[in-house]
Design a protein around this ligand. Structure first.
Ligand code: ZN
Length: 298
């Protein structure tokens, strides 16, 4: 039996949110269905942000309504605050992923809230779930390796945020390299530090390949014992702070690398390449994944 590594597909959310082209709601629904047919079991499908501010993420309710609950499949909704949480509950998300930025600079510009305010929002959401029920809640710490506004992000900043969240009962936390500035050695040290600070938590890592270190960072994470990684089909997305940059690490490239090493992701790499081409046509941009150019092996 090969060891399982779970890849959380973030193409419909992080990928499409950072593309210029606006994808129709029907195509977004088809994208989620196709990704599930590729074997994706957890998909960040929607974001409950204000569609006036983020037009790419419009239609969250319609997308969820078109995706009836399916055994063994989890559709995750991204949530920034109480309003987003309430929408995610009504829409029937299987999980809510709450974002807390590691820096005030990013938080204020991106979400209109500093770190303390975002932590208060997280606590409020967790209290609401305790009182009224709702889907499981995970957290992503964005700009956990560097911030386009505040610069370097220290290990201590990240440790403080995850320790506080773990104390509130969060079971899964992702460290996100939002702008693609992490290196594999820092990744390893940071994982060791957060694990020591919050030993009961399941860790998930989220990398962007903005500067070519994405797969190396994923490797370092797996070597450090992490078994859940985010990726986007076709390497969809970009970086709002580096206009010409590529997006998340590509799901097919990550799955290929892990399969070659003997890990099981449950994903069909060829089908992912096809799906990456399909969504690439929708946004008018071919996929950037290596597999879409080179093909798999054997
Ligand atoms: Zn991201």
């Amino acid at each position: 039996m090969s060891e399982v590594i779970q890849i959380v597909e973030v193409g419909p959310r992080d990928g499409l949110q950072n593309e210029k082209a606006i994808v129709d709601t029907d195509d977004k629904i088809a994208f989620v269905r196709r990704l599930e047919d590729c074997g994706a079991r957890r998909i960040e499908a929607v974001s409950f942000v204000n569609p006036k501010r983020v037009p790419q993420m419009a239609g969250a309710e319609e997308i969820m309504a078109a995706l009836p609950r399916r055994a063994g499949r989890s559709r995750i909704g991204l949530v920034l605050n109480r309003r987003g949480w309430e929408r995610a509950v009504v829409a029937g998300c299987d999980e809510a992923n709450v974002v807390v930025c590691a820096t005030d600079g990013f938080g204020i510009r991106n979400q209109g809230a500093n770190v303390a305010e975002q932590q208060a929002a997280l606590a409020e959401i967790l209290a609401l779930r305790q009182a009224e029920g709702g889907p499981p809640i995970t957290m992503t710490v964005s700009v956990a390796f560097g911030c386009p506004f505040d610069g370097e992000v220290s290990e201590g900043q990240v440790v403080d945020i995850v320790a506080a969240a773990a104390a509130l009962g969060i079971e899964e936390i992702a460290l996100a390299d939002t702008i693609g500035v992490a290196d594999p050695w820092t990744v390893r040290r940071r994982i060791e530090a957060v694990r020591a600070a919050a030993p009961g938590v399941r860790w998930r890592m989220h990398f962007h390949d903005t500067r070519g270190t994405g797969l190396a960072n994923a490797f370092a994470s797996v070597e450090a014992g992490v078994r859940v990684l985010d990726a986007s089909c076709g390497g969809l997305g970009g970086c709002p702070f580096a206009p010409a940059a590529t997006g998340n690490i590509a799901t097919e490239d990550l799955a290929y690398m892990l399969h070659r090493a003997g890990f099981d992701t449950g994903l069909d790499v060829e089908a992912l390449v096809e799906t990456g081409r399909w969504i690439g046509e929708k946004i008018g941009k071919p996929p950037v994944s290596a597999l879409s150019r080179a093909g798999g092996f054997p």
